[in-house]
Design a protein around this ligand. Structure first.
Ligand code: NAD
Length: 354
């Protein structure tokens, strides 16, 4: 598109943030400032394809650092802030929630305050176009039974420290809109998958364990249902919401791909069976590796999204079916072992013991 805005992206070295920045640099003419703390989940290698572009600038820093944010806003005068920086992994939030409270709640608060001050300093013309886009999750709505879908008006009932911290952030953003008239838009999306996802999340976790011939852990009976959306479909939606979403409003984003965790893992095994000719020793069918483990405490049974608002108001639709998206994602991981093997060897005990 021909938009020449300056967009400050927080968390741009993460899974979704890096996909968003690759999209913004490759498919739009906007300028992107990427502010990221580079926690375990941030990886600049996800951005090597665009890092030399003159419309891209990386800033290493923390969204809780108000002085830094203030300087960045003054120096780069962004038209849009797209806020993705977060601690994002439910299991980690159960084992230790301090970082989740700090980044997801206090960090969002500090961004809102600095943006409010920045907005007040802008001239009227620039105020008219400024937007703060808060990127959130469908997990804030809690769990569904066998039927029904989350709409933008579903009540907030978060279950985990992660989703509670995201819910708190959503409330702060709406309060800053209502009370201080900060121009905000929000979006709440279902489970994302795709290339460059940290190998603690279900799909890359199962894939790298299968390739290593290790057990594939499935929580409980594997009957929990998630709605899966390819990350590239998500970032197109995010861009539409940031540019054209109605101020003060929320958009649910989902793929209409409800699958049980067991179905997802089984599908990955079937695809690997046909893709990988040179199987680990003793394995003739990757499904042999499926192992049921003690369920996650407070595990939500089902999430599903009604995305009709964004479809009707902004003309968005997911472009990929789950099967084609999953196949291309598996191909990407199989062809880019260096990207995730470096992460697995450099860290993080819970990646391998989940
Ligand atoms: P991620 O964990 O892959 O990336 C998070 C990024 O934020 C990392 O690069 C990390 O270094 C950075 N970060 C963390 N704390 C920071 C801080 N204090 N200051 C600056 N940067 C910091 O997460 P993701 O999966 O890309 O998710 C991005 C956003 O989208 C999150 O807000 C998440 O809640 C939301 N979301 C994710 C999903 C999903 O399925 N992954 C679905 C819906 C919404």
């Amino acid at each position: 598109t021909h938009s020449n805005k300056t967009i400050l992206v927080t968390g741009g070295a993460g899974f979704i943030g890096s996909a968003l920045i690759r999209f913004l640099i490759n498919e739009t003419s906007n300028t992107v400032i990427n502010l990221d703390k580079l926690t375990y989940a941030g990886n600049l290698k996800s951005l090597t394809s665009i890092e030399a572009n003159h419309r891209y600038q990386f800033i290493h820093g923390d969204i809780c650092d108000r002085e830094l944010i203030d300087c960045l806003l003054t120096q780069y005068t962004p038209n849009i802030v797209m806020h993705l920086a977060a601690e994002s992994h439910v299991d980690r939030s159960i084992n230790g929630s301090a970082e989740f409270i700090q980044t997801n709640i206090v960090g969002t608060y500090s961004l809102l305050e600095t943006c409010r001050n920045y907005f007040a300093r802008l001239d009227v013309a620039k105020q008219a176009t400024f937007r703060f886009h808060h990127v959130s999750t469908d997990e804030v709505f809690g769990e569904l039974g066998d039927t029904g879908l989350f709409t933008e008006n579903s009540p907030y009932q978060p279950s985990s420290p992660y989703s509670a911290s995201k819910a708190a952030a959503d409330h702060l953003v709406r309060a800053w809109s209502r009370t201080y008239k900060l121009p905000v838009v929000l979006s709440n999306c279902s489970n994302n998958y795709g290339p460059y996802q940290y190998p603690e999340k279900l799909i890359p976790l199962v894939l790298h364990k299968a390739l290593a011939g290790e057990p594939l852990p499935i929580y409980g009976d594997g009957q929990q249902i998630r709605d899966w959306l390819h990350v590239e479909d998500h970032v197109r939606a995010l861009y539409l919401v940031a540019l054209r979403g109605k101020l003060g409003e929320t958009y649910n984003i989902g793929g209409g791909n409800e699958r049980t965790n067991l179905e997802v893992v089984t599908k990955i095994c079937e695809l690997l069976n046909t893709h990988i000719l040179d199987k680990p020793q003793g394995i003739y069918d990757f499904k042999q590796l499926i192992t049921f483990v003690t369920d996650r405490p407070g595990h939500d049974q089902r999430y599903a999204i009604d995305a009709s608002k964004i479809e009707q108001e902004l003309g968005w639709q997911p472009e990929r079916s789950f099967e084609s998206g999953l196949t291309s994602t598996l191909d990407w991981y199989i062809n880019n072992p260096a990207w995730y093997q470096q992460l697995i060897s450099s860290d993080k005990p819970d990646v391998l013991t989940r």
